[in-house]
Design a protein around this ligand. Structure first.
Ligand SMILES: [Zn+2]
Length: 140
């Protein structure tokens, strides 16, 4: 991969970064998620930093059941991720599985995922209505 790192060392670094993200990202599950007119969503959350309760409106969520959107607190200006309960559970389960998995298996899994990624991206882009959702998210 580079002049000083082997492909395996680079993959180990990617795994370490992913596990760090799963472990240390500041996330909050909204108190409520409701759909507004026009298909956007309103999310009521308590800031994980200053504990102030706020409502964020006009959010475009591709899926109301599984989402991960970055935002910042209007009170303390610190950043956090609003995640659905299902997303939070999946990430905690993934972290537990990865933490218990020997490095040899993690490397095999990530090598497989690297090969799967182009197929998955192509599948997501070609799904019915997905391109318009992605365009709407990028250019509201
Ligand atoms: Zn705050």
């Amino acid at each position: 991969m580079s002049e000083t790192m082997t492909d395996t060392e680079f993959l180990k670094l990617k795994i370490e970064i992913l596990m760090g993200q799963l472990k240390y990202y500041v996330t909050v599950v909204p108190l409520s998620v409701s759909q507004e007119e026009g298909g956007t969503f309103s999310l009521r959350v308590v800031c994980p930093h200053c504990r102030k309760e706020m409502e964020y409106r006009n959010y475009s969520l591709p899926n109301a059941n599984i989402f991960n959107v970055i935002t910042y607190c209007r009170n303390c200006r610190r950043r956090f991720f609003m995640v659905s309960r299902a997303y939070s559970c999946l990430m905690k389960a993934a972290l537990l599985v990865l933490a218990a998995m020997p490095m040899v298996l993690k490397l095999k899994l990530f090598e497989y995922m690297e090969k799967l990624k182009p197929w998955l991206i192509k599948k997501l882009m070609s799904g019915k209505g997905n391109m318009s959702k992605i365009k709407k998210m990028l250019f509201p």
